[in-house]
Design a protein around this ligand. Structure first.
Ligand code: PMP
Length: 406
């Protein structure tokens, strides 16, 4: 049966992710993959998780671990997170924390909470593909967020109104963003807060990579900057989305939202309607591991990933031809490459897979307007330094051939 005519109009904006389709190709032997933005499984704190599950399933705790629980999330974990947020400059209590099934669920719920059809979401060009996927279902219009640009709030508001709605939020990943690896400096964060005040909209701060800073000075989260001005989290318009996926494990699907109580209580209702609560046993396991070794484990990630980032930047410098430029991230998992105009990232991927067995993600999917044809995203998180050098050398040979054929 053809169901298209009975699907809701929102279904027409749901597309298969180019990345997911591509991941299928990566099962071929001998591929060097810079494609998936995933943690290196060799560094998972597996022994600590084994111990954590044993503890959660002990006679004393199993009736909690295996039972339904509250939608807000496991209280000891929320208390631990409130302490972590305080260290980042966000003074809050567990009532300001909601546990979600990964930060992806938070993005979906925030889309559901804020966006009516034709409302405007301000996003970066490019932005996290999964955020587009989450928000698309709520049929928004996108406009380009430029924190250091000269468009006024009145301009943004007028265009949003002409499109039949209003600006509801600005979404961004301020630290080592997916896909560019770039960080918004403190001035940019302050500008964004001023813009959000003028537009009277929310700010969604996606902090998925925030703990992965390898060098340079840490910049306070947007929520912390707003707290410093307002002194009370319940007066803040920033909604902070955190995740354990890039630090401890993505498989357990544990993330959190830290925000003003009215946002949290509304999201609790969404959570009740959506999945009741995130897995209790997984929240207990995350709490057990985070409490005993979050900082030491993150330090391990820093040393492994920074060496890989350095290897990638060195190889790009050594092998990439004239006319190719790239970002120099201070953390995270990604380097973003801009190829000469006229080259196409998707064609390059096909050629690179066929001829030199190197995979990456073409950049176009990260642009809400379908631009960015000559960009690609490379992830350095999962290959060792020698493999990274080899992969970049092979990729550069294909780029050089494409340029020569132009
Ligand atoms: N935000 C960003 C920027 C991401 O890159 C990802 C994962 N790739 C997520 C959110 C979602 O991660 P999770 O649901 O595993 O927390």
């Amino acid at each position: 049966m053809d169901f298209q005519h009975i699907f809701a109009s929102r279904a027409s904006r749901m597309k298969a992710s180019e990345i997911r389709e591509l991941l299928k190709l990566l099962e071929q032997p001998g591929i060097i993959s810079f494609a998936g933005g995933i943690p290196d499984p060799a560094i998972f704190p597996a022994a600590a998780f084994k111990e954590a599950y044993q503890d959660a399933l002990s006679a004393e705790k199993q009736s909690t671990a295996l039972q339904y629980s509250v939608s807000e999330g496991y209280l000891p974990l929320r208390k631990w997170l409130a302490q972590q947020m305080a260290k980042l400059g966000v003074d809050c209590g567990p009532e300001n924390i909601l546990i979600t099934s990964g930060s992806q669920q938070a993005l979906d719920y925030l889309g559901k909470l804020f966006l009516s059809p034709n409302d405007t979401a301000l996003i970066n060009w490019p932005t996290y593909l999964g955020a587009l996927g989450a928000f698309n279902a709520y049929e928004p219009r996108y406009d380009r967020l430029q924190v250091n640009g000269n468009r006024s709030a009145a301009d943004y508001a007028a265009e949003a109104e002409a499109a039949g709605g209003r600006v509801k939020f600005a979404y961004l990943s301020a630290d080592f963003s997916n896909p560019t690896g770039e960080t918004v400096d403190q001035r940019g964060r302050e500008n964004l807060l001023a813009l959000a005040e003028d537009l009277d909209c929310a700010v969604i701060e996606d902090a998925a990579y925030q703990s992965l800073r390898y060098d340079g000075e840490a910049i306070a989260p947007i929520l912390a900057l707003e707290m410093a001005r307002k002194g009370d989290i319940n007066a803040c318009r920033t909604v902070y989305c955190g995740s354990f996926s890039k630090t401890l494990s993505p498989g357990l699907r544990v993330g959190w939202v830290c925000a003003a109580a009215p946002v949290i209580s509304q999201m609790v209702l969404l959570k009740q309607a959506g999945d009741l609560h995130s897995s209790t046993v997984n929240q207990m396991a995350i709490h057990h591991v985070a409490e005993s070794q979050f900082d030491s484990h993150v330090a391990k990630l820093h040393s492994a990933y920074s060496a890989r980032r350095d290897a990638m930047l060195a190889a790009l410098h050594e092998f990439m031809p004239e006319g190719v430029s790239w970002t120099r991230p201070e953390g995270g998992m990604f380097v973003w490459i801009t190829l000469p105009v006229g080259l196409n990232g998707a064609d390059l991927l096909q050629r690179a897979l066929e001829t030199v067995k190197v995979a990456f993600v073409p950049g176009r999917a990260f642009f809400a307007d379908g631009s960015g044809e000559n960009t690609i995203r490379l992830s350095f998180s999962c290959a060792d330094e020698a493999t990274i050098r080899e992969g970049v050398q092979r990729l550069a040979s294909v780029v050089s051939a494409e340029i020569a054929a132009q």
